[in-house]
Design a protein around this ligand. Sequence first.
Ligand SMILES: [Zn+2]
Length: 424
Amino acid sequence: MWQPNLESLDRDQLEQLQLTRLRETLARIAAHNRDYYARLGSPRVEAFTSLDAIRALPLLTKKDLRDAYPYGLACAPHQDFARMQMISGTTGKPVICPYTKNDIAQWREIMARCYTAAGVTGADIIQITPSMGLPNGGFGFHFGAEEIGAFYIPIGPGRTLLQFQLMQDLGATVLTAIATYPIRLIEAAREENFDFGKSSLRVGIFGSEMWSDELRKKIENSMGIETFDIIGMTETGGVGMGIDCAAHQGVHIWQDHYLVEIVNPKTGDVLDDGAEGELVITTLTREAFPMIRYRTGDITRVLAREQCACERTHIRIDRFRGRTDDMIIYKGVNFYPSQIETLLLKHDGVAADYQIVLAHDPRGNETMDIVVEVSAPLSSDQVARIQRELYDFVGLTVEPQFVKQGELPRAPGKAVRVIDKRNA
Ligand SMILES: [Zn+2]
């Protein structure tokens, strides 16, 4: 199934293929799930003569997916289900994503493409640190590694000393992880005197969390590797929907499998290329759990539709700036934690961990504390500069607290950047 030749189709061919596959997907929904089809307004498939026609269909939200638990949006007979992945949340029902055999083959293909775009081949040794469980990450990296014929180490997260031992003794060349996990490894390496320079590691493929360019630089410098930003989520069939290539000029999304729109998060209106908004994805080849106009919550913009320096023609979007649900509104000012991260991590001595705590003081006024770990004490000049930059950015005086590295609590899994006690 792996079709790397489709990665450099010209734009007309690509859009024609997308249109054909969009119609097939709508026909599949009509044939297998009348409720889902009715929800779309029972559109006539023949009426889809251009990709823009999709704009008449309603947007789909994560709440819709939760409300459809377990199989309300499924579009394949249950006997065709081969496996599932799941999103659990702190509130509401989980989202179950069933896969048919063809869906697994699709996942293998897109993950094989992602590895290849990152310069990974069958000669590599891949250390897979996302868990092999209900979240999709570990299995995605596993399927792709099988597809390209690489040797892989399915270690999962945690067990840091074993991570170092296997990385060293088995000669891992590629590390795959959620984006802040490398920070934990770098921290542990310092404590254990593990030297990444003596390992064979050369490539890191990270995703699933927002990580700024500044954090990326820190990870690359500390580990001595080139990193690649991979995207994809359970709702779209798992990790591997796209990745930035060696040109690092935006994140390619595999357009023969996914239709990309960027919408205004408030109005849902489609935005022009270049304008920042919410990524909306329509899956074009998925059988058991096709998504039509799914609101991903990720904030980005279309960077280019022209052929990339890597020769791939697939659309490039910007690295994610944040999520619609992690935008901070403080005293009427809107911003994303990533913007604070970018500002802080530019400064020497600032470590990769920080926390933004929002609360109310006894008089009911909003307060924002920014606690920042530093690897060495900052000079008063540096502190003044950071404060000035924060003032310029939010237009309000913020006095960050600087603490020693390791003082902030470490959460298992994704990093906790913002604690909002205002509605507690
Ligand atoms: Zn490229």
